[in-house]
Design a protein around this ligand. Structure first.
Ligand code: UT7
Length: 322
């Protein structure tokens, strides 16, 4: 089966936090952050809720697709979590849009958008008439320990959306998961049951073995891109654009070197967005779409990795007219 992307949207919160801003409360420097990650600034939800940016990106995607919320048959929201544990963020977006379709969140961390595309493809194999909104949203600023310089400098907040329906864009897709709590973990808050509060409970903040995730990420990009291009019957060199998860410029450079691909095939937004988790890939896709850089027939690979550990990649043959 296959699908086409008929609309994309995105939203970034207003507040921009530069590397220099971080030095006000962290023992770090602009030069360290830039040289180790390629990041100069990121957007943070201060004035907006997670729902606000999810809604804006969704409305943009629906307008770009030329459809109304009432036309939606499903809303899938890849996210680490919205403003509430329940209702799901997808249900809250559905309510605000005044849509009436089933809606649910999925948890695949930074790979969430590609997991969402795969799920949409499965639904479309059952009913080719469905119109599905995938709204990938994360506000990593809510999960960060802002006293931990090793993680606080890496992430930003954002939302990226796409509307998909039956079509011919998808050429191949591949997902993986290797359960691993040590490499990257965000524990749930554990409540205040009197039997628990005396014990040493982990704080509900992101903790990560950066070096382990780095090595995993480079291998994941290389393996997944080789796999999806082979499955699509094309060479890596045939790809017009590769949209990688925007975690760290050095990860992308290492993968490009290993794959012997020029860096200009990789679309980069990490400098001014940081790692926006599930939103990272669709934010870039929407930017390219809105800039009119995607032409019918172009071959685009999406590739992502993240908590789980999960990875995913796909090849799309773009069909939407600018
Ligand atoms: O979506 C997936 C999410 N995660 C990732 O993609 C993360 C993947 N990993 C990475 O991107 C890199 O491993 C990091 C950027 C997290 C770290 O880069 P690194 O080059 O591996 O640095 P390091 O962890 O080896 O740290 C080098 C030094 C250490 O000091 P010592 O022990 O050598 O004295 C750290 O304490 O840099 C220190 N350091 C910092 N210094 C200034 C760590 N964080 C900072 C900081 N500012 N923010």
């Amino acid at each position: 089966m296959s699908f086409s992307l008929i609309g994309t949207g995105s939203a970034l919160p207003k507040t921009i936090q530069t590397n220099s801003d971080l030095t006000a409360f962290l023992d770090t420097s602009h030069d360290w952050i830039l040289s180790r990650t390629g990041i100069e600034s990121r957007h943070i939800c201060i004035e907006e809720s997670i729902l606000d940016i999810a809604l804006t990106a969704s409305i943009n995607a629906l307008e770009n697709a030329g459809i109304e919320p009432k036309d939606l048959d499903l809303i899938i929201c890849p996210t680490l979590g919205g403003d509430t544990v329940t209702p799901s963020l997808a249900c809250l977006v559905q309510e605000k849009l005044e849509a009436t379709c089933p809606s649910f969140d999925i948890s695949a961390a930074c790979t969430g958008f590609i997991y969402g595309l795969d799920l949409a493809d499965a639904y479309l194999s059952r009913d080719r008439n469905m119109k599905i909104l995938i709204i990938a949203v994360d506000a990593m600023s809510k999960f960060i320990d802002w006293k931990d310089r090793s993680t606080a400098v890496l992430f930003g907040d954002g939302a990226g959306a796409a509307v998909v329906t039956a079509g011919t864009d998808l050429q191949s897709i591949h997902l993986t998961a290797v359960g691993n709590q040590h490499a990257l973990c965000i524990p749930w808050p554990k409540g205040n049951h009197p039997g628990l509060i005396e014990k040493d409970l982990p704080l509900p903040y992101l903790n990560m073995d950066g070096a382990e995730v780095y090595r995993f990420a480079v291998a994941a990009i290389c393996n997944d891109l080789r796999r999806v291009t082979r499955d699509a019957g094309i060479a890596l060199e045939d790809l017009d654009f590769i949209i990688p998860h925007q975690a760290n410029l050095r990860i992308i450079e290492s993968a490009a070197k290993r794959l012997k691909l020029p860096m200009n095939k990789f679309v980069l937004r990490v400098k001014n967005q940081g790692n926006t988790s599930a939103a990272s890939v669709p934010l870039v896709l929407d930017d390219l779409n809105r800039q009119g850089q995607l032409k019918p027939g172009m071959l685009i690979a999406l590739t992502a990795f993240g908590g789980g550990l999960t990875t995913g990649a796909c090849v799309l043959k773009w069909s939407k007219q600018a």
